[in-house]
Design a protein around this ligand. Structure first.
Ligand code: HQG
Length: 185
C-alpha cells in the first residue's frame, strides 16, 4: 500500500484520477483515499493512511498543517516544486548503484534520470541499501561523493524534509568508487 501511494504521489497521480499541486507537491487527502478505493485493489481510510505516514521508516510522506493534504517529501518524477533547505553538505556523501551503470556514470557523472534530482545518502550503509534496489542479486557499488569539494566549487546542495540529500548533477571528478567495506571515519 505504501509503495502504491508513493507511486501515485511521486509519479502517476492520474492512475487514480487525482491531481498533484505543482507548488508543494500536495494532493488532497480525501481525493487520494477516494481515488484509491475507487480505482485500485486497495482499501484505505484515514486511520490507515495516518498509520502508513507515521510508520514509514524513511519519513517519505507529510501531511500539511491542517491534515487536509498529503505529499511525498522527495523522489518525484512529475513536475513539482518543493521548498527544500539549501545546506552545506558534509565532506562526503554516498550513492549506491549497480556496476552495470558505471560505464555511463564514469563518463557523464551522476544524472537524475527520470527523477528531479540525484539522491545522495548521508552514510555508507544507507547507500548499500539504495544500491541493492538496482543491483540485486549482485552487490551494489557504493560511490563516495566529494561533497565538501563540490560545495567549495559552488555546487548547490539541498536536503529534503526526510533527510535525503539532493543535487542536480554530480560530475565524474567528484566521484570515487569505494572498494568493499568502509566506514565513515
Ligand atoms: C543511476 C529510493 C547511468 C543511479 C532510494 C540509479 C533513494 C545512472 C539509477 C531514491 C547515471 C536511478 C532514489 C548515469 C545515475 N548513467 N545510470 N549517468 N546517473 N544513474 O531509483 O538514487 O525508497 O531513480 O545510480 O532510497 O537509486 O523510493 O535513483 O541507480 O532515495 O523512497 O540511475 O529512491 O527511495 O535510479 O534512488 P533511481 P536512486 P524510496
Amino acid at each position: 500500500m505504501s509503495r502504491f501511494i508513493s507511486k501515485i504521489l511521486r509519479h502517476q497521480p492520474q492512475i487514480i484520477g487525482i491531481e498533484i499541486e505543482r507548488t508543494g507537491a500536495w494532493a488532497d487527502v480525501n481525493a487520494l483515499m477516494e481515488g484509491i478505493n475507487a480505482k485500485s485493489k486497495f482499501h484505505i481510510d484515514r486511520p490507515l493512511l495516518e498509520q502508513i505516514v507515521a510508520a514509514d521508516g524513511k519519513g517519505r510522506y507529510s501531511f500539511n498543517a491542517d491534515g487536509t493534504k498529503i505529499r511525498a517529501n522527495q523522489g518525484h518524477s512529475i513536475d513539482v516544486v518543493i521548498q527544500m533547505e539549501h545546506r552545506t553538505p558534509p565532506e562526503f556523501l554516498y550513492h549506491g548503484t549497480a556496476w552495470r551503470f558505471m560505464g555511463s556514470i564514469t563518463a557523464k557523472g551522476l544524472l537524475p534520470g527520470t527523477r528531479q534530482f540525484v539522491h545522495l545518502s548521508p552514510d555508507y550503509a544507507t547507500a548499500v541499501t539504495v544500491g541493492y534496489r538496482h543491483s540485486k542479486p549482485e552487490q551494489p557499488v557504493v560511490l563516495k561523493i566529494h561533497a565538501g569539494r563540490m560545495a567549495a566549487d559552488g555546487y548547490d546542495f539541498m536536503i529534503s524534509d526526510n533527510g535525503v540529500w539532493q543535487i542536480a548533477h554530480v560530475p565524474p571528478q567528484y566521484i570515487e568508487i569505494t572498494q568493499g567495506e568502509q566506514t565513515d571515519e
